[in-house]
Design a protein around this ligand. Sequence first.
Ligand SMILES: NC(=O)c1ccc[n+]([C@@H]2O[C@H](COP(=O)([O-])OP(=O)(O)OC[C@H]3O[C@@H](n4cnc5c(N)ncnc54)[C@H](OP(=O)(O)O)[C@@H]3O)[C@@H](O)[C@H]2O)c1
Length: 260
Amino acid sequence: MELSAQGRRVVVTGGSEGLGLATARAYAGAGARVALLARRAEKLAEARDEIVSSTHAEVIAVQCDVSKSDEVLRAYQQIEAAFGGVDILINNAGKSSFGPIVEITDEAWQADFDLKLFAALRLARLVWPGMKERRWGRIINVLNTYAKAPGANTAPTSVTRAAGMAVMKVMANEGAPHNILVNALLVGLIESQQTHRLHRARAPEKPYEQFVQEFSASIPMRRLGKAEEFAGTALWLGSDAGGYVTGTAINIDGGSCPVV
Ligand SMILES: NC(=O)c1ccc[n+]([C@@H]2O[C@H](COP(=O)([O-])OP(=O)(O)OC[C@H]3O[C@@H](n4cnc5c(N)ncnc54)[C@H](OP(=O)(O)O)[C@@H]3O)[C@@H](O)[C@H]2O)c1
């Protein structure tokens, strides 16, 4: 079965690199018009040009720090002007932030919530009325498997992501009567700039390949995921094939998470 997103208007936050870029490419290849949001204009332009040349889809690059409410509003207005609405919102922008929980400052908590929770809430609030009116919408929140299984030294990420999972569930319940489907994708470890940052933070003395090999030993599938494998599930959720799935948090982690 071929997954289609023909004519859908899709927003991917953090769409210039990694999982967001792969997802934007997958949607563009399936016939969608795509808006990429990220902070660095140069990376955004590169991503847009690459997707347009490989898919010939309509892609716009919108510079935006999604942790800032005024920038989110401005970005949404830009997308509305270009596309006239949003059918699929993929809240993907984020980064991991870990530390001993009692050492995390108020500022660090706030920054994490602004980036990973409030960004998703604010964007959902903006796209919701249009989705409701058209009786069609999909919201996909990209989280982390720590949302289900937090371990020591995994805050603030694990806490923010758990809140994100609750937000997803509330929205799914409120959206279902209007055919707005809301789900979460919980990532384990997938090759991207994030895995390189993890390597630099945890084991800079080792070559990257060695770090990946050692880390992979703890993953049941014995390897990291690929961005394209993530993008396939994200596309399925936004296609008609995923049309009866809502309120679910799917692990994309090679079997790592102990919680289903
Ligand atoms: N890869 C993994 O193994 C893994 C594991 C668990 C969870 N995740 C989550 O999955 C999502 C994607 O991760 P990734 O691995 O693809 O990360 P990545 O390769 O580092 O890409 C992150 C993307 O988000 C954008 N971004 C970061 N902060 C932003 C902000 N304040 N406003 C707007 N855009 C922002 C970045 O562009 P700019 O820097 O230019 O803004 C970039 O496009 C993230 O939420 C991450 O936390 C990933």
